[in-house]
Design a protein around this ligand. Structure first.
Ligand code: SF4
Length: 361
């Protein structure tokens, strides 16, 4: 595998593809010819939505169709209007610019607006990338809000991708949050282990280690993303005692099959990442071509539950439009229930009845 280069991650961040011309050059460099129409469409899309592909991600796009579809803009983005800019109504749940307070005990701290690579289905596709990082004042204000609202126990550091920040910037953020007595859980949501494995340097791992218990949720959607480099990054974080979970999105034409999802989650478990959430794709403007029928997620759940290790089975989640929150779904295994007994269907389609022994009335 390629060695992690501690200076290369900045290059990955700064020299990625972020314009039609850069994409044209990148394809020409590997002798891939695209039509003029293709580039005209890309040009229009780039005016509407963020375009950013790190050199590492672009390399993976050339090796895997499933990765290509997630990062290279598609003409469907110009004609898909069923979604909305902010389906989860995050912008209306902001007590201040960089903080989303949707659930009673959790907040999302938005520390930057950029990622190493922009996913075409991103829930925050609406955010124009201004290459901004949270300011000292915004961070202090957010920490004051969190400290004052003592019911907040869980802070999720998000963005954009928090790992585009320098170690020193992350250190300040993590220290300030860790110093808030009422906060018990700190999580980081990132796609960096896939979109820029070079970012997972020994220095970064040593820094994160100091804030244990620290939970890192890695965004992974397809087994092709777990390359040897990515695998090594994940193991490195895990060996340092960082608790890893995965968050994945079900995407039509990318991973909407039981076999792909099974392979992905087995790979995650092998890399010490516990599958945490598999999301139904959010109804974001310009992403309709990724949406699956709701039956797909149930079909996948049925194929997983009982048939693969429970460690490789995540929670299946719909994030309800309008900011109504997440709903976990499971196939209905209950065939019948009354006051005295419940009859369940096992994963082998056999019936099992449990009878109450006590006097439940
Ligand atoms: S890494 Fe996450 S925040 Fe960044 S573009 Fe992808 S889905 Fe959006």
């Amino acid at each position: 595998m390629g060695k992690i280069n501690k200076n290369n991650w900045k290059h990955q961040l700064e020299s990625g593809i972020s314009s039609t011309e850069q994409l044209r050059k990148a394809f020409a460099h590997v002798n891939i010819k695209k039509s003029e129409k293709f580039y005209q469409e890309i040009n229009k899309i780039a005016k509407l939505f963020p375009l950013k592909i790190s050199p590492y991600t672009f390399k993976q796009c050339l090796k895997s169709k499933a990765i290509y579809k997630q990062f290279v803009p598609d003409k469907n983005e110009l004609v898909n209007f069923k979604g909305t800019n902010d389906p989860l109504k995050e912008d209306s749940r902001k007590p201040m610019k960089k903080l989303i307070h949707m659930y009673p005990d959790r907040v999302l701290l938005l520390v930057t607006d950029i990622c190493f690579s922009s996913c075409r289905f991103c829930t925050r596709k609406r955010i124009k990338k201004a290459y901004q990082k949270i300011s000292q004042k915004e961070l202090n204000d957010a920490c004051k809000y969190i400290a004052k609202n003592t019911q907040i126990k869980d802070v999720i550091i998000s963005g954009g991708d928090p790992l585009i920040l320098d170690d020193s910037e992350l250190n300040i953020i993590l220290t300030k949050i860790r110093n808030i007595k009422s906060v018990k859980i700190i999580r980081i949501g990132t796609r960096a282990p896939f979109s820029c494995p070079d970012r997972i340097t020994d220095q970064l791992v040593n820094l994160l280690k100091r804030f244990k218990p620290l939970y890192v949720n890695v965004h992974l959607n397809h087994p092709d993303e777990v390359t040897p480099e990515v695998f090594e990054c994940l193991r490195k974080l895990s060996d340092a005692g960082i608790v890893l979970g995965s968050q994945s999105v079900l995407l039509k034409g990318v991973n909407d099959s039981s076999d792909i999802i099974k392979k992905l989650f087995y790979k995650c478990v092998e890399a010490s990442v516990r599958p945490y959430y598999l999301y139904q794709c959010d109804e974001v403007l310009g992403t309709e071509h990724f949406w699956t029928d709701y039956q797909a997620i149930f079909k996948i759940m049925k194929a997983l539950i009982g048939n693969v290790s429970g460690l490789a089975v995540p929670n299946f989640v719909f994030d309800c439009k309008g900011g109504q929150g997440k709903v976990r779904v499971v196939p209905d295994f209950c065939k019948n229930k009354n006051k005295k007994s419940i009859t369940l269907k096992t994963f082998k389609n056999k019936l099992y009845t449990y009878r109450n022994t006590g006097g439940m009335e």
